[in-house]
Design a protein around this ligand. Structure first.
Ligand code: UT7
Length: 332
């Protein structure tokens, strides 16, 4: 049996904000943002929309392309750092209800910008485990969805210019035959770096007394330089590990699809490994950093543009809050 990626779909929210427009609100310039990150614009969720709404739209697009109904889904996993509710219920359960996926188990994965990579491994493993026929799970929906604009600290120009909103989804299915779509995965974490990138409001430390300042909504706190240094090393470690464990050579890959965090981080890694720019897929200029949604948005866009041919080998890697990092090798 093999677990295949049947189709993808995305939802890009309609409010597009260029660097010039942002610089009317924030003390920044188009020149600084472009030269330091490669970002030219970002999309923000429409008023009233939550992460589940973006994820739902992406899910419908992917199901439609895959020719599968919501009732056929056995599993829904959502990677997000911006759930509708912090804690519970999971955004996956909200999407499960809105879709009418009455036969599906549903849960979220919290792994920051590496979330979608983690989800690909979890979904593949859960569907493959069905070889014994115990769990009876055949079809999965894997979603990366974020509304980072809702947790952005607009007074911190070092972080607020980086992020955007969006969602994308894959439909994955266990089928007859051999050769799953996700051939290899390598996942790691470095919790010692947790305070490099975190949400400003931790849980209370007192049972009956309120501690901390709960009057402000939670927002992103980032030590940009330490995340930058972590990301550069993470990409190197992921590429080295995936090549060593899979036996593939870098030249075997038609595409390298990194998490779209900062074009400079990615271009530095490309240079170090001698990867030609045209094999490294970057769409950060349009969408900025959409955390767990960035990798599926990129792969979906590549599919829509006809850039992915059946059999192409893709290496994708994520790195971000947790800290987490990891990569997958996909046969399209
Ligand atoms: O998914 C993972 C999420 N996070 C990341 O990927 C972030 C990784 N880190 C980065 O990408 C970079 O560290 C940043 C792009 C966030 C910052 O770039 P940097 O080259 O590390 O800048 P810096 O923080 O060292 O700041 C350099 C200067 C400072 O001014 P002074 O002190 O030299 O006068 C900042 O105040 O740039 C200033 N600055 C800005 N200026 C205009 C910082 N942000 C801005 C801004 N516009 N938005």
């Amino acid at each position: 049996m093999a677990v295949k990626i049947l189709a993808s779909g995305a939802y890009i929210p309609g409010i597009k904000v260029s660097n010039e427009e942002l610089s009317k609100r924030v003390d920044t310039t188009d020149e600084w943002i472009r030269s330091h990150t490669g970002i030219g614009s970002r999309h923000f969720a429409e008023e009233g929309m939550q992460t589940s709404d973006l994820g739902l739209a992406a899910a419908k697009a992917a199901l439609n392309r895959a020719g599968r109904s919501a009732e056929e889904l056995d599993l829904i996993i959502v990677a997000t750092a911006t759930p509708d509710y912090f804690g519970f219920p999971s955004t996956a359960c909200i999407i499960q209800d809105k879709l009418g996926a009455v036969n599906a188990a549903a849960f979220d994965v919290t792994a920051g910008c590496t979330g979608f990579i983690y989800c690909l491994d979890v979904a593949t493993s859960m569907l493959e485990a069905n070889k014994l026929g115990l769990a009876k799970r055949k079809t999965a929906l894997v979603i990366g969805a974020e509304t980072l604009s809702r947790i952005t600290d607009w007074s911190d120009r070092g972080s607020c210019v980086l992020f955007g909103d969006g969602a994308a989804a894959f439909v994955m299915e266990q089928q007859e035959g051999s050769g799953s779509s996700v051939l290899h995965s390598w996942l790691r974490s470095k919790g010692s770096g947790a305070k490099s990138l975190y949400l400003s409001q931790p849980a209370r430390t007192s049972t009956f007394e309120r501690s901390g300042d709960y009057s402000k909504p939670p927002s992103i706190v980032m030590d940009g330089q330490s995340v930058y240094m972590f990301a550069v090393k993470a990409i190197t470690d992921i590429i080295d590990a995936l090549l060593q464990e899979s036996g593939f050579k870098l030249g075997d890959f038609r595409w390298i699809v990194p998490h779209q965090a900062n074009a400079r981080i990615v271009q530095a890694a490309a240079k170090r490994f001698g990867i030609e720019e045209e094999r490294m897929y970057l769409n950060i200029e349009e969408f900025a950093n959409t955390s767990a949604a960035s990798i599926p948005i990129a792969i979906n866009e590549m599919a829509e543009k006809g850039l992915l041919k059946k059999g192409d080998l893709i290496m994708s890697m994520g790195f971000g809050a947790g800290l987490t990092y990891g990569g997958v090798i996909i046969r399209w």
